[in-house]
Design a protein around this ligand. Structure first.
Ligand code: SAM
Length: 294
């Protein structure tokens, strides 16, 4: 790359860290990638082109950023750690189409960022090796804000990736699976060993691709109510849907009305929340709403 050894090579990573006297902060989820194969898999999974813009969250010292710069027309990287900003400006100086922004991605106005940085591209992807302590808030922010995204390719904790991609009926299926699958089609790309990071995290990792949907796979009358019903159904995993919904929506009444409404939605009261599909939750949420239960 650019006649120099890649940032992600273990030797150059160590050299950059030493030259800048950088010390890792565990609290910011700083585990940097030092493996070419994994970087290739991440970048390939995003299907980048000249006319693609990429938002990277947490560039670290730029290992992935450099790869993205080689493929995409515009790259914006948002990094929370002020100490990394001069390092990034230095190592990424050869790539004028890379913009580094200092900030907490959870606080950044992403619509404004998209308008400022991606007006000249045809599509935008998010590609990142995410800080694990904020994986879910970051992904839910990207999805719930309904940004014009083609896909999201991220390295995350394997256990979280399994929950996002889970189907009804298994132990991994829950409100996170439903929320993610409402907005996107998740696909596990690969699992990743500890050895590709420095320092090595003490959890297993995986790369997941979320193909962002143009419209949700189910139609609901009120999205907030739909998600409220889903959350309520998983309050206590081992309880039946009927018990969980009763506690949340019918605390003072008898069970008859609830069972009537469950029957109208075609759902056995003895089932558990983890067995219901998105379509069943959509039906249930609409039936409850129509009956004035919210
Ligand atoms: N992309 C680099 C790589 O793969 O080597 C570093 C990935 S490291 C797992 C996560 C990065 O996210 C760190 O650089 C960390 O400082 C940054 N970070 C943590 N929380 C953040 C936040 N809320 N907003 C933006 N960046 C964040």
């Amino acid at each position: 790359m650019n006649g120099r050894e890649e940032i992600s090579s273990p030797r150059r990573t160590k050299e950059i860290i030493a030259a800048h006297g950088f010390s890792f902060k565990k609290s910011l989820g700083q585990n940097f990638l030092i493996d070419q194969n994994i970087l290739n898999k991440i970048v390939d999974a995003a299907g980048l082109k000249e006319n693609t813009g990429v938002l990277e969250i947490g560039p670290g010292i730029g290992a992935l950023t450099e790869r993205l710069a080689a493929e995409a027309g515009a790259v914006t990287a948002v990094e929370i750690d002020q100490r990394l900003i001069p390092i990034l400006s230095d190592v990424l100086a050869p790539y004028p189409h890379v913009k580094i922004r200092h900030g907490d991605v959870l606080k950044v106005d992403l619509r404004q960022l998209f308008a400022e940085d991606f007006s000249g591209v045809e599509r935008v992807s998010v590609v990142a090796n995410l800080p694990y302590y904020v994986t879910t808030p970051i992904l839910m922010k990207l999805l719930e804000e309904k940004l014009p995204l083609a896909n999201i390719v991220v390295m995350i904790q394997k256990e979280v990736a399994d929950r996002m991609a889970a189907s009804p009926g298994g132990k991994d299926y829950g409100s996170l699976s439903i929320a993610v699958q409402y907005y996107s089609e998740p696909e596990l790309i690969c699992t990743v060993p500890h050895t590709v990071f420095i320092p090595q995290p003490n959890v297993e990792s995986a790369v997941i691709r979320l193909k962002v949907r143009e419209r949700p796979p189910v139609e609901v009358k009120d999205e907030n109510h739909f998600f409220e019903v889903v959350r309520a159904s998983f309050t206590q995993r081992r309880k039946t849907i009927s018990n969980n919904l009763k506690a949340r929506f019918f605390p003072k009444e008898g069970r008859e009305r609830l069972e009537e409404l469950l029957a109208a939605a075609g759902i056995e009261p003895s089932r558990r929340g983890e067995t219901l599909s998105l379509a069943e939750y959509a039906r249930l949420s609409d039936v409850l709403l129509e009956a004035g239960i919210s």
